[in-house]
Design a protein around this ligand. Structure first.
Ligand code: ZN
Length: 279
């Protein structure tokens, strides 16, 4: 019998703990089963509907190509960190953890920052103890920037260790981290402004080119039928220049669907989605 096999009794027991006792994952216990195994089983029970509405769980939202392109540009062109991207919600709805994980998966991110965070995760218990002793003793007056360089940690981490040890930040340290935060925010605002300005320019050119294309097509005897945009009401033509079209293969057939809103309105909507949290 495979080691991971669940008996009917074990499954019933788990369902009882989740549904009747409303327990969270750390409080679920089935003898001989790991927490990962319990979590997996819980997820499968949820999918099959055994749990009713008791355990909703987290729904994974796959990343879109657009989000990935945006992430590439934010990290490569602007050098933004996962924390910064999440803080300003530059990719709406994605947490710092989600952004960081995706950056790791697709090999993005600043190598220096990545190395520092890798090191930070590797500060084992004994090394951590050493650092605490250093912070209380010899390193008491050493600036956080210096400590972070020596120990391969983020400056913020050093500050937070100090706070936990009850060592108050000097006003210079407090000011420099506040200043850093303000600088970051100003930089992000500029980024958003620049991007929106670039988009506006593009949008003006796009509007012009679609209008002149429409005029040309009006003269053509072989033009496709007219198609009005559901949003702005402009009477364009039913062609991919004006409306986003998608072709999918369903079984053996290829099915083409055409957006009901024109490319211009679609772009306005996407832009406002991408930047709405910053106004
Ligand atoms: Zn439109």
């Amino acid at each position: 019998m495979p080691a991971g096999r669940w008996t009917q009794q074990e499954v019933e027991d788990l369902v009882y703990q989740i549904v009747s006792e409303n327990r969270a994952l750390p409080q679920l216990h089935i003898p001989g089963k790991s927490q990962a195994a319990i979590n997996n089983r819980r997820r499968r029970l949820k999918i099959t509907g055994r749990l009713g509405h008791v355990f909703v769980g987290r729904k994974l939202k796959p990343w879109t190509i657009r989000e990935l392109k945006h992430l590439r540009s934010l990290t490569i062109d602007y050098g933004f960190s996962a924390e910064f991207i999440a803080q300003l919600q530059l990719i709406p709805g994605r947490s710092k953890h989600a952004v960081g994980k995706m950056m790791g998966r697709v090999g993005l991110g600043n190598p220096a920052v990545k190395e520092r965070s890798r090191q930070a995760h590797r500060l084992g218990p004994s090394r951590r103890l050493e650092l605490d002793q250093y912070l209380i003793g010899d390193g008491r007056l050493t600036p956080a920037a210096e400590v972070s360089r020596q120990w391969g940690l983020a400056q913020k981490t050093v500050n937070s260790y100090r706070r936990r040890l009850g060592i108050p930040l000097t006003w210079q340290q407090a000011r420099s981290s506040e200043e850093c935060r303000r600088k970051q925010q100003a930089c992000a605002r500029q980024f958003v402004e620049r991007t929106v300005a670039r988009w506006r320019e593009w949008f003006g050119r796009k509007t012009q080119s679609l209008k002149s294309l429409k005029e040309k097509m009006e003269q053509s005897p072989s033009a496709p039928p007219h198609r009005a945009c559901r949003n702005c009401g402009e009477n364009w033509f039913a062609s991919p220049e004006f409306f986003y079209a998608q072709t999918r293969t369903v079984g053996l057939r290829r099915k083409t669907t055409m957006s009901r809103t024109c490319r211009l309105c679609r772009s306005v909507r996407q832009r406002s989605q991408a930047f709405s949290p910053c106004g």
